[in-house]
Structure formats: C-alpha cells, structure tokens
Ligand binder design. Structure first.
Ligand code: 9MR
Length: 347
C-alpha cells in the first residue's frame, strides 16, 4: 500500500512537471523495506498485532502499529465489560476507536471476544440466572455486538478459552448454566448477525497436541458434522522459553486444516525470565521464526497476530512477575532479534 502510494506520488510529480530532466529521473528513491504485512501478503497471509485504547495516544507507537501490520485485534475494547457495562446498555467507544484507526490504516480487524468467563461486567456475575434468562442475555449480547461491527471486521473470536488443560469443559458461568450447547448457539447467533465474518474458537496451550488441543479437535469435528458455522481455530500461542517449544505445532495446525477449518496464531508472545540476555533473545528469535514458519507451512493457516508488538505495552510483567521481554520490539520501540527472525521466516 505504501509502495503503491509512493509510486502514485512520483507519477503525480512527473505529470505536474515538477520532476523533469535526467537528474530528477535518476534521483535516488528512498528504498523502503517491505513491512511484515507486506512480506506476509506474498504468502497470502496477514501479519497482525493486538493493541489497546490507552496506548493510542502514543504517536511513536501508533506509527509502527499503522505501518507494519495489516490486521489489528483490540486487546480489551470489544470485551463484555467494555461493550455492555450495564444490562442492555451498549458502549462501542473503545471498539470503534480501534476499528476506525485500523480502517484509516487500511488494516483488517480480528474482533475479540464475545463469550468468555473473564472481564465480565458485575451485573452479569453478581446474580443467579436461570438457563432461559442467561440464554436470552447471551443471545442479545452476541447479536447486538456482531451487528454493530457487521461488515467492519474480518473475524470474531466467538468463544474464548472454553476448555481446561485436561480437555474437560471449563466450569464457567456459561457452561454451568447452559451446558456445552452454548458454544454451538453462540456460533449460530454470531453467524446470523454477520454472515461474512469468519467465526473462531480461541484458546491458549493448544499449540502442541495434547488433551486440550484434542478436545478442540473433537469439538470442531462434531460442530462441522452438525453444520454449525465454525470457520476456524485460534491458537493464542502465549509461549514461555522456560516451558520449551511446542514442536508439534505444525502437525497440529494441519490436522485442523484437514477438518476444513482455518487456523491462525492469534496472540503470539514469547516470554522469558528476566533479565533478558543476548542468549535468551536469540532463542526467542528462533521461536518467533519457527511459529511463523509453521503457519506458512500449513495451507489454511491464514495469519499470525502478536499480542501487541512492543514490550512497552505487554501484559506479561503485570501477570507473571519477573518475566517479560516477550515481544519483537523492546520498551523503547527498537526491533529485537525476534523482529529480524520474523522477517527471515516471511522472506
Ligand atoms: O491483553 C489483555 C490484558 O490487557 C487484560 O488485562 C487481560 C485480562 O485478562 O486480557 C488480556 O488479553 C487476554 C486475551 O483477551 C485472551 N487471552 C489471554 C490474553 C492475555 O491475558
């Protein structure tokens, strides 16, 4: 997009007679490296970043956000607490701000997330609901939010983090009150509200094969067989050097592809125990390279999103004390070895 724009500008200068003569024609053209998004595009993939509303006043930050990526995920702005803070009272301020910014930068949006057990408003969690009451509340929330963003988002993480590590259903408000059928219902309601949005289930610790990822495999297979509108599985990929690389990632992505589903790496970061040493940063770089290569190797893996791009705004230090340095740009917005490794993987 930028390159095309530069070309258009040069063309304008020539026709306006402002750039004439051999000197003007030979004038050194500032050579722009392609962006991560530009490199991914050559493979028919996107390369995205999450962002969050408080960061958008940081202009050095938004410059890179707007230039390097072609897919944006709102880290918090579309969650239930933000969008329906009181029952039946909807607030699109935070989500709209990010959608508008993405559109002005010609980026698409992975919308996140409709049904989750976390970041729910008090009115929802502080009382008891009958199944029929809660079903109506859920249907209204999904329908209203998906309709609001209809035609403006590429995909929805419809249900987030539905399973435990052992592959059993997570005991959430939704599961406890509505049973496992809430997942199919949520997908159907979302599809009705925006038939063109790609609908995902999304979770962490499912990158490697194992009980949790097997639970998604079984569920996805059942949902497809029942004709439920499920389009993809999102692998969050919140990785940590101290737990080892998920070597079965590529095979795992492939088995979901074979079910006729898209896959995506949706929240990638690679944290480490601080301090970050050159050695750890080099290992982190190979992990970023390898997860990206795994996605590129699987036909229906549609793209990679990192969970923000700079350590300045990473969620890790607040949640895992003593850990961090998880993203490809450091706290001063300088690219780390992981950034070069991503470029290598995409080249
Ligand atoms: O990045 C989000 C952070 O700002 C919030 O405080 C946190 C609350 O749980 O949620 C973070 O995003 C999560 C995402 O929505 C789902 N997968 C895990 C992410 C990291 O916690």
């Amino acid at each position: 997009m930028r390159l095309r724009l530069a070309g258009a500008l040069a063309a304008v200068l020539v026709t306006a007679g402002l750039a004439t003569g051999p000197a003007a024609q030979a004038a050194p053209h500032p050579v722009r490296q392609p962006t991560l998004a530009g490199l991914a595009e050559r493979h028919g993939r996107y390369f995205g970043s999450a962002t969050d509303n408080p960061e958008l006043s940081d202009s050095a930050y938004t410059r890179v956000l707007g230039g390097e990526f072609d897919m944006i995920t709102p880290g918090n702005g579309m969650k239930w607490y933000a969008t329906e803070p009181q029952q039946g009272v909807f607030d699109w301020t935070a989500g709209d701000q990010i959608v508008d910014l993405a559109r002005s930068n010609r980026q698409r949006v992975r919308a996140h997330t409709l049904v989750w057990h976390s970041q729910l408003p008090d009115w929802l969690t502080s009382r008891q609901w009958t199944a029929s009451e809660l079903r109506a509340v859920l249907k209204k929330h999904i329908t209203t939010e998906v309709r609001h963003y209809r035609g403006k988002v590429y995909s929805w993480d419809v249900v987030n983090e539905a399973f435990n590590e052992d592959g059993s259903y997570r005991d959430t408000l939704w599961y406890r009150t509505l049973g496992p059928g809430y997942i199919a219902d949520a997908l159907r309601w979302a599809h009705r509200a925006d038939p063109h949005a790609r609908l995902y289930l999304n979770d962490y610790n499912i990158e490697a094969t194992g009980p949790k990822s097997d639970a998604y495999y079984r569920l996805a297979k059942d949902l497809k067989a029942a004709g439920v509108p499920l389009d993809g599985i999102g692998f969050q990929a919140h990785l940590a050097l101290q737990y080892g690389y998920p070597t079965t990632l590529e095979d795992n992505l492939r088995r979901f592809s074979r079910l006729g589903l898209d896959t995506a790496l949706t929240e990638v970061d690679v944290r480490m125990q601080l301090p970050a040493t050159a050695e750890k940063l080099a290992e982190q770089a190979t992990w970023y390279r390898d997860v990206t290569a795994a996605c590129l190797a699987v036909r229906r893996c549609v793209g990679v999103t990192i969970w923000d791009y700079t350590d300045k705004y990473s969620w890790i230090p607040a949640v895992f004390p003593g850990e961090g340095a998880a993203l490809p740009w450091d706290e001063e917005l300088r690219p780390k070895p992981a950034y070069q490794a991503l470029r290598e993987a995409l080249r």
